[in-house]
Design a protein around this ligand. Structure first.
Ligand SMILES: Cc1cc2nc3c(=O)[nH]c(=O)nc-3n(C[C@H](O)[C@H](O)[C@H](O)COP(=O)(O)OP(=O)(O)OC[C@H]3O[C@@H](n4cnc5c(N)ncnc54)[C@H](O)[C@@H]3O)c2cc1C
Ligand code: SF4
Ligand code: SF4
Ligand code: SF4
Length: 496
């Protein structure tokens, strides 16, 4: 701690709002995103704020939605001013005092999921006699990789409990057992939904823990994007010849689920989260809290490098514990500015907006069509129409990139509308070119693609097992209004 010239004590781990602002700058939150997340999903309130703040948007009374009448620059103002979008950092990751990048600094913690910070904090709390019990989740000895919530009372057991199990664990049951067994100061480790259950018990007027007032609970929340139903996921793994009793670690990282037989080695098998989507616990589709917003200390991996944790201290006691544990050599910490906040905010936003996708837009056509159409002619629709036609050849219509999923033999092709106008009825054609012949054509029409909106296409490659991936893939796009707007052959060959 240092004293500044106003006499106020400053922690080296304090953060500033300017920093967050800087991190958010440059995000391409544009009209396309507004249409996709707010208008198409049916949560637009028809306030017309978007049209009011932008010279190239007008309110379309007939459709009950904003309409692009000129060239969109992708500035993102319409998206950011919309009352329905979630763009404020506090809305995305909750309130907190400060944050750190952390990892263990004690030799006992070797099998931590990421940086081993959770386990190291539990070790510190036991050594300092700040807790007499902790609620953790361990692997069930009788059913490999099924979670079992446990009350632990020692540092040794804390070390044994490290590692993540990506399934719901009944941690609150264990907490109530601990309260009944007269433990007075308890550290509780849980996913955001677990933390919410405990918070409700403390905060609601009829809350069980509040009512008995018999213990103090330190809430250590884990970041959580989703969890899986073990009774469905594990039989799938077994069918894929994975021996669960040999698995030493499961890990979700950058959209992939990895299984390891050896902690030092490569994963024995990896799946994209999309591939495992059908095994996801249905509750997680309705969950909007990535970072355990109601915990004292929230800990995850996104936002920090390998073998590190991103930590948010949300309460006074939370930050005191993290900083004292660092001072006493249990963990190493770096300041808030070392967190890659953009990636945390990005994932938090994915989770917040997931609630929108559960409903489809309903449009009621009860307006007076005739009257509105006449009014539109009076405002000079001819001029407006010409404004939406961009001059040909001045700029690229589409930006196209490819990413090869070698294991699945799928070529992911991303097409982004970069022209600033809505492209309508865009025909996409993807083919494999062999000598002079075309094979495996894949053709579709995209009804509309908004400025800076991206569509992704997974094109399956016809390569026999064991053969290197060598192919020429032609991608073409055209619209009725502008003709062919993109044509390029991607040459796939093994890396040297
Ligand atoms: C279901 C689930 C989903 C997650 N998703 C993400 C994510 O999308 N992004 C991200 O950054 N981080 C996610 N995490 C958190 C991440 O996996 C690590 O738990 C976190 O980074 C702490 O790492 P560590 O090395 O400090 O943990 P460790 O020191 O290894 O300690 C892990 C602690 O987690 C507890 N635990 C394990 N499984 C469960 C469970 N099912 N329920 C409750 N407690 C459990 C253990 O008791 C242990 O105390 C998720 C965790 C879980 C359990
Ligand atoms: S600002 Fe948002 S809620 Fe308001 S009309 Fe536009 S899209 Fe709808
Ligand atoms: S220019 Fe595009 S992104 Fe910017 S406010 Fe207008 S419609 Fe939205
Ligand atoms: S995604 Fe939400 S509901 Fe699912 S386990 Fe995580 S915190 Fe709980």
């Amino acid at each position: 701690m240092t004293e500044n010239n106003t006499g106020r004590t400053e922690s080296p781990y304090e953060y500033s709002f300017e920093y967050i602002q800087k991190k958010l700058e440059g995000a391409k939150d544009s009209f396309g995103l507004l249409m996709k997340e707010i208008v198409r999903t049916g949560i637009c309130t028809e306030c017309a704020t978007c049209a009011a703040v932008c010279p190239v948007l007008e309110w379309d009374d007939l459709a009950g939605q904003p309409k692009l009448i000129g060239k969109c620059t992708g500035c993102g103002i319409c998206y950011n001013q919309c009352p329905r979008t979630i763009t404020d950092p506090y809305q995305l990751i909750g309130d907190f005092k400060t944050g750190y990048v952390a990892n263990t600094n004690i030799p006992e913690v070797i099998g931590g999921q990421d940086g081993g910070t959770v386990t190291s904090l539990l070790c510190y709390l036991f050594d300092e006699h700040l807790i007499d019990a902790a609620i953790v989740t361990m692997r069930d000895p009788n059913k490999p990789w099924y979670p079992t919530a446990q009350i632990i009372t020692s540092k040794d057991d804390a070390v044994k409990s490290s590692g993540s199990i990506y399934s719901h664990s009944q941690t609150v049951e264990a907490l109530m057992d601990a309260v009944r067994q007269d433990f007075r100061s308890i550290a509780f480790v849980g996913t955001p939904c677990n933390i919410d259950a405990v918070s409700k018990m403390f905060d609601s007027p009829t809350g069980m823990l509040k009512y008995f007032m018999r213990c103090h609970v330190l809430k250590i929340g884990l970041f959580c994007m989703d969890s899986f139903a073990p009774e469905a996921l594990y039989p799938f793994f077994e069918k894929e010849n994975i021996d669960l009793s040999k698995v030493v670690k499961m890990d979700i990282n950058k959209g992939k689920f990895h299984l390891y037989y050896d902690l030092q080695g490569e994963p024995v098998k990896s799946y994209t989260i999309k591939q495992l989507d059908k095994f996801k616990s249905s509750s997680c589709n309705f969950c909007t809290d990535l970072t355990a917003e109601h915990a004292d200390i929230s800990i995850g991996s996104v936002g920090s490098g390998p073998n590190k944790n991103t930590v948010f201290a949300r309460t006074g006691i939370g930050s005191e514990i993290v900083e004292d544990a660092a001072k006493k050599g249990y963990i190493k910490i770096d300041s808030f500015n070392s967190i890659n906040l953009n990636s945390v905010l990005f994932l938090a936003k994915l989770k917040k907006v997931s609630q929108y996708t559960v409903r489809k837009r309903k449009v009621f056509i009860v307006r007076d069509v005739e009257e509105k159409e006449q009014a539109r002619i009076e405002t000079g629709p001819e001029a407006d129409q010409s404004a939406v036609k961009p001059p040909l050849g001045t700029r690229k219509f589409l930006s196209v990139s490819q990413d090869l999923r070698e294991q699945d033999k799928i070529l992911n092709i991303s097409l982004t509308n970069t022209i600033g106008y809505v492209l309508e009825d865009m025909k996409i054609r993807i083919v494999t070119v062999e000598e002079l012949f075309e094979k495996k054509p894949w053709i579709t029409t995209i009804r509309e693609i908004f400025p800076f909106e991206t569509v992704e296409i997974g094109y399956p490659l016809d390569i026999p097992d064991g053969q290197p991936i060598i192919a020429n893939i032609l991608v073409e796009a055209s619209t009725e209004a502008f003709g062919k707007i993109f044509s390029r052959t991607f040459k796939l060959a093994p890396k040297e």
